[in-house]
Write a protein of this length. Structure first.
Length: 85
């Protein structure tokens, strides 16, 4: 009997975190900011940005929001599209 293969919640979180980190890095570089410069502007540590840009799935929201704000980005919640059967 075949079982339906589905992605684990941890895998989905990791993918989401990697995409978020990649977008933050892309935007930072487009604005020609170093991690240190962005950290100073967003009042967080460069270690936080390093972890964020590398897709760490457990970053703190209270640190993330000011980083996104400095980059002119925002989080947007959307309904999840059901997977095709």
């Amino acid at each position: 009997m075949k079982t339906k293969t589905s992605r684990s919640p941890e895998s989905e979180v990791s993918d989401w975190a990697r995409q978020l980190g990649a977008e933050v890095r892309r935007r930072r570089k487009a604005l020609r900011l170093t991690q240190k410069e962005l950290a100073d502007l967003a009042r967080c540590g460069p270690d936080f940005l390093y972890d964020l840009e590398r897709g760490k799935p457990t970053v703190r929201l209270d640190k993330l929001v000011p980083v996104l704000d400095m980059l002119g980005l925002r989080l947007k919640l959307e309904p999840r599209v059901p997977a095709a059967s």
